[in-house]
Ligand binder design. Structure first.
Ligand code: PLP
Length: 385
């Protein structure tokens, strides 16, 4: 939850400041547009990138990132079978073919599976860090060797890093979300980051009906070179984003501290397998994943946690929105997947996800709740052992 827990006076003050102007402008491309520019500049500077472009959601952000990178009809885009559904929707909305592959023990796309999936039609790899980093060196090397564009949908991993590099800045372009479950929350909202001027321009154009934002022209006279949609952010959303961004360092350090305490309290348990990391120090703190013997055990464990007042996050409770094996409604319209038993394509991913528990760790969790959570996990491991 993170940022959503901390919505308060600072966000209101930014909105009031917006409304205190002589002429109130809520439109991103209206006269005096400044909250969105400020949000983008601060975000780019915090990420350490040249360009940031704010849009209406995280789904919009990955859609624009893909369009900006030139993904179009017929292109194959390799990604992971465990992700939120949005990046797969965005690939398919562009007429491209999503190619999810199996995850490895870190719960991220397995580099050897990427290699197996590359064909002459493959154009890009979308890495989707789930609160931690995929094996980015190996993935980047495969992309380099095969001439593929590396894209990161880092919606779940704002502030996480790999070998000292912030996730979202390793590939050619990265995207973020500010929905209620993400590190920062603005109601709805998303961001694209890149160092590549051409990708930035094209992504920004896609988010605004193709308007090329050339200086000195009135909006109605903007030229176009590619189609787009309206995926724009509003000034009110950006105002909230500025206040949220000022809280990010606190959010990241506090949630890491919380997670450390919980891991220390349960690390000795023999029958739960903690998720391994490619770079644990760089991982996010607001989510904890571990694995049990099988699906049956995970479901009993979930019920036990519920009895003690703790819900799960995604696994197992929202698996259907995060596992490609059950997305017949989306993949079924693509030739490659028509009449195919999807579950049979990613058996390892399905088995791993169904035997896993994923927990949300609030920023504002207090010591007593941490202790209660630790004892609920310990007693859960006893009854399911
Ligand atoms: C949440 C999420 C999105 C979509 O973000 P919205 O702001 O909800 O549209 C995209 N990709 C991933 C990996 C996500 O977790």
């Amino acid at each position: 939850m993170a940022g959503a827990e901390l919505i308060g006076r600072e966000e209101l003050a930014e909105i009031q400041e917006l409304f205190s102007r002589e002429k109130v402008n809520l439109y991103r491309y209206g006269g005096g547009n400044y909250k969105t520019r400020e949000f983008e500049e601060k975000f780019a500077s915090w990420m350490g990138v040249k360009y940031a472009h704010a849009v209406s959601s995280g789904t919009a952000a990955i859609h624009c990132a893909l369009a900006g990178a030139g993904i179009g009809p017929g292109d194959e885009v390799i990604t992971t079978a465990w992700t939120f559904i949005a990046p797969v929707e965005a690939v398919s909305a562009l007429g491209a073919v999503p190619v999810p592959v199996e995850i490895d023990e870190t719960y991220h796309l397995d580099p050897s599976e990427i290699e197996k999936a590359v064909t002459s039609a493959t154009k890009a790899v979308v890495a989707i860090p789930m609160w931690a980093s995929p094996r980015m060196d190996e993935i980047a090397e495969i992309c380099r060797k095969n001439g593929l564009i590396l894209i990161e949908d880092a919606a779940q991993a704002l502030g996480a890093s790999y070998k000292g590099r912030k996730l979202g800045t390793i590939g050619s372009v990265g995207s973020f979300s500010f929905d209620a479950g993400k590190t920062l929350h603005t109601g709805e909202g998303g961001m694209i980051v890149t160092d590549d001027k051409d990708i930035y321009d094209r992504a920004a154009e896609f988010s605004d009906h193709g308007h090329m934002h050339l200086p000195g022209l009135p909006r109605g006279k903007d030229p176009r070179r590619a189609k787009g949609l309206n995926l724009r952010i509003s000034e009110v959303t950006s105002a909230i984003g500025i206040a949220q961004l000022s809280k990010i360092d606190m959010i990241l350090s506090k949630s890491k501290e919380n997670k450390r305490k919980i891991k220390d309290g349960i690390g000795h348990l023999g029958n739960i397998v903690m998720r391994p990391f490619s770079d644990e120090a760089g991982s996010q703190g607001d989510t904890l994943i571990f694995r049990l013997r099988d699906r049956e055990t995970a479901l009993r464990f979930e019920a036990h946690l519920m009895e003690h007042g703790f819900g799960t996050k995604i696994l197992p409770e929202a698996l259907d929105w995060h596992y490609a094996g059950v997305w017949g409604h989306l993949l079924g319209e693509i030739d490659r997947y028509r009449n195919v038993d999807l579950e049979s394509l990613w058996p390892k991913t399905g088995a791993m996800l169904r035997s896993s528990i994923c927990l949300n760790i609030p920023v504002l969790i207090d010591e007593r709740t941490i202790e209660n959570l630790i004892s609920a996990i310990i007693s859960g491991s006893e009854i399911t052992g």
